[in-house]
Ligand binder design. Sequence first.
Ligand code: ARG
Length: 276
Amino acid sequence: MSTPRYLMCPPTFFGVDYVINPWMEGQIGAVDRQRAQDQWESLYQLLKDDLRAEISLVAPREGLPDMVFTANAAVIDNGVALVSNFWHPERQGETPFFAEWFQDNGFETSLSPCVHEGAGDMLFWTAPDEEPVLVAAAGIRTDPSAHPYICATLNRRIVSVRLVTNAFYHLDTCFAPLAGGRMIWYPPAFDEASQETIRELIPAALRFELPDEDARQFAGNAVGLPGAVVMGYAGSKTRAWLEGEGFAVHVTPLDEFLKAGGSAKCLTLRLDSGLV
Ligand code: ARG
């Protein structure tokens, strides 16, 4: 099995400096920088030393506090990087720095004419022994017009879903594909039709519905590795389901990042394939 590779960005300039999602409300200036640094380092070490992933770093930039959330840098598929075109002006300055990193690191890099927020809103789900399906969300950040563009560029089957709550504004806040076709999710974040689409796509035995409390603690923002799951929070039911499926569950506190509306998965971008 190949070593998973991730892109991360040190939280040197991380903080809540503006409000672009409900989690950030009332949090301007409230991040404890040292605690954020320590939490980020624990995540980094867990992935690198305990789980033997390979981590690349992109240099953080002053004035771009959300750059730490590398999941939003691009959609990655097989050496191709479709760099994000952010909805909010506050994050648009990240695009050239991410694009530069992908170019310098050998990715076939392209900038998107459509608004999309990378692996925050587009995630591969793969059934055992089947071709990966790109589950793509729109509704809050990513524009629906990006889906056909991404589908045509990557030549992948794409299944579009719609997010309907501001609290779960990216797909990766409420839907986490895991190894072996398994998946944890929070249905109330999706419109009825999308819930149906997901239930049709993914067999019931492979999916788990997160309790409200877990969803609010961003348990759905989980990193899936072969045989393991990394998350900032797991309630007892969620943990029991994951362990019952044979996963080693690694919980590492990331509550400083929750103040900006992020957790484990947003702080990483899978580079080797985008697949679990
Ligand atoms: N404050 C950031 C934003 O609202 C958080 C991004 C979290 N990233 C993610 N992939 N969910 O854009």
